[in-house]
Design a protein around this ligand. Structure first.
Ligand code: URA
Length: 237
């Protein structure tokens, strides 16, 4: 959360009091004077003190889930199971995976991070393993590299396509994109007349899917992994 929000809601300080504290240079974060109350803070990464006294900053949660097929990327649903059902914490997914997509999904209760990471301007790379119902060739590699145009006319940023194997009836590849348009990977292949039969996300920014996680299993991110995500979202720690 923002330092300002923390001081307002957790410390019950008034707007005026917060302004005064900032102006008096008495708020320190990790030993450095805080001159701006709009910075993101997290007890996992920061130590906050006011006039030399340590404050217990709230810690955010950060998880990597190996999403199985069948779950929807939402916090709740009337009839379908969601990726949040097995968590007791109030967290939500960073971006979305389709119901029939498997693989790496990050979940957090950090609003700033989950808002920023999926935004195209941060150019966070997402890599998928994909199977399609036909032949992939160097022609598709070039088309992806130039930027695919959907049937609707929407244009995608250049993407990297690496073929694992290619046959007349089925091909497998890795595709890396920097955006998160709705059903993006499926629509990119549709634009080159191929149908996605299997989709798994194997990497999100610097984080690779942890192979120790079976589908449906999750683990907390390490502090180093959290820092890497903060870097991607251009947040200071
Ligand atoms: N692209 C898709 O089409 N589906 C996903 O779940 C993720 C990316």
């Amino acid at each position: 959360m923002h330092l300002y929000q923390y001081l307002l809601t957790e410390k019950k300080l008034s707007k005026k009091a917060i302004h005064q504290l900032i102006k008096s240079n008495v708020i320190c974060i990790n030993g450095k004077i805080a001159t701006d109350d709009k910075i993101e803070v997290d007890g996992l990464l920061h130590q906050l003190s006011i006039r030399g006294e340590n404050c217990g900053l709230t810690q955010h949660y950060y998880y990597m889930l190996n999403k199985p097929q069948g779950l929807i990327s939402a916090t709740q649903d009337k009839s379908l199971p969601t990726v949040c059902d097995q968590f007791s914490e109030k967290i939500w997914p960073i971006g979305r995976l389709d119901r029939n997509t498997e693989g790496l999904l990050l979940l957090t209760d950090n609003g700033q991070l989950s808002f920023r990471l999926p935004m195209p301007q941060y150019k966070v790379e997402k890599t998928y393993r994909v199977k399609v119902n036909g032949l992939l060739t160097s022609k598709e590699i070039e088309q992806f590299a130039c930027g695919i145009e959907f049937y609707s006319g929407i244009c995608c940023a250049p993407a990297k396509l690496e073929i694992i194997y290619a046959n007349q009836n089925e091909s497998e590849a890795w595709v890396t994109i920097t955006e998160g348009k709705f059903h993006q990977v499926k629509k990119m292949f549709l634009a080159v007349n191929l149908y996605v039969t299997y989709l798994q996300r194997i990497q999100y920014g610097p984080l690779k899917l942890d192979h120790n996680l079976q589908p449906g299993e999750f683990r907390a991110l390490s502090i180093e992994e959290v820092k890497m995500l903060w870097d991607c979202a251009q947040l200071q720690y």
